[in-house]
Ligand binder design. Structure first.
Ligand SMILES: Cc1ncc(COP(=O)(O)O)c(C=O)c1O
Length: 384
């Protein structure tokens, strides 16, 4: 019988260590490994190429995403960079309008210089199909997307990608493999910012690429070694430790986020709530189809635009105003001046990223404390 998710999370890649019986994968703080003769060693020669803690994490994440290979990087963006290097000058990429600002910046400010071109479209099959060209080699989706939580039907897009031999890449950072497994829906590659839910404690930055295509894995692994944007042993250990509790944390993140989305929806001073778990969210049915639950991220717009948002941030107490997401503690962010500031204003506005938009990474504290704090900050922000 195949093991279930939490069992895989706790055990995959992590047998007790042979030499000492250590139950946790040790953190080998060494950059290099002794060789018995030139080229003859015990499996590791230099820590950029690999080290035992990273090897364990790569196996673990591959198992969680049902991938053949896992390849870890020093950040989510380093993982994305490695995947984009599968392409060359003249190649065209279709991505979605609502996208992490750092990914957008990497696409436009780094890869366009090297001859790649990018189109940013609505996250639906029709828009993607309309944008395909002879040069399209990759479709890059983020589902749910950052920060408006749009959904893309992975299976439907994968079908189009397969027929045209286009690589479908899914950024699964928001959902995590606990809620959604894109490779099982037909995607070719999954990328993660493991900084977020996989690490889960806001104490490490890292990234990962997961795939079952040997030719993709080989090239990404080559890039990992040749460029060297790799995570150290302690980083990998922290992610391995975080992943052990991923399932229980995600259950709580989802429950709290659902409660907070309902609270915001009922609030008279809130103009709009974005949460895939709400029945009138445009991606609700797709989310029900491809996700186990609706995730821990909620975005909303207060009445009062930018000034209202500023007043709200000045009054919030329990939630921390900070970049990033996916940790046990609740974080709050102003996408247009923080995570998505690198997207030109005109484009941001066209995509619905207004000055009054607030993004919540709902933590695993008690939901009643979180809603009370939102309640008092909204009351302060909207005082007439
Ligand atoms: C959806 C998404 N993908 C990728 C990244 C980049 O990851 P990192 O910050 O680990 O480089 C982020 C960061 O916020 C993100 O939100």
């Amino acid at each position: 019988m195949a093991p279930e998710f939490s069992t895989i999370a706790i055990h995959a890649g992590q047998e007790p260590e042979a030499a000492t019986g250590a139950v946790n994968v040790p953190v080998y703080l060494t950059s290099t490994y002794a060789q018995q003769a030139p080229g003859k060693h015990k499996g590791y020669d230099y820590s950029r190429a690999s080290h035992p803690t990273r090897a364990a994490l790569e196996k673990n994440l591959a198992a969680l995403e049902n991938a053949r290979d896992g390849i870890c990087f020093a950040s989510g963006l380093a993982a994305e960079d490695a995947v984009l290097h599968l392409l060359g000058p003249g190649d065209h990429v279709i991505s979605c309008r609502d996208l992490y600002g750092g990914s957008y910046r990497l696409f436009r400010q780094v890869f366009e210089k090297f001859g790649l071109s990018f189109s940013f479209v609505e996250p639906n099959l029709r828009a993607i199909q309309r944008t395909l060209t002879r040069r399209t080699r990759m479709i890059w989706i983020e589902t749910p997307s950052n920060p408006l939580l749009y959904l893309t039907d992975i299976q439907a897009v994968a079908e189009v990608a397969r027929k045209r031999r286009i690589l479908l890449v899914a950024d699964n950072t928001f959902a995590t493999p606990y809620l959604q497994r894109p490779l099982d829906c037909g995607a070719a590659v999954v990328v993660h910012s493991v900084t977020k839910y996989l690490g889960g404690h806001s104490d490490v930055v890292g990234g990962a690429v997961l795939t079952s295509r040997p030719e993709v894995a080989e090239r990404v692994r080559f890039h990992q070694k040749a460029v060297g944007a790799v995570p150290g042993p302690l980083d990998c250990y922290l992610v391995l430790r975080g992943v052990k509790t991923l399932a229980v944390r995600m259950e709580r993140h989802c429950a709290n986020a659902g409660e907070i989305a309902e609270f915001l929806l009922r609030h008279p001073k809130v103009r709009k709530v974005y949460y895939p778990g709400l029945p009138d969210h445009p991606g609700h049915e797709v989310a029900r189809k491809q996700m186990r639950d609706f995730g821990g991220m909620v975005s909303f717009e207060l009445q009062g635009g930018a000034a209202g948002a500023r007043r709200f941030f000045s009054a919030i107490r329990l939630w921390t105003l900070a970049e990033s997401l996916g940790g046990v503690e609740s974080l709050i962010c102003h996408p247009v001046t923080m995570t998505h500031a690198s997207i030109p204003r005109k484009e941001r506005l066209r995509n619905g990223l207004t000055e009054g938009l607030i993004r919540l990474s709902v933590g695993i504290e008690d939901a009643s404390d979180l809603t009370q704090d939102l309640q008092q900050a909204i009351a302060f922000a909207c005082r007439s």
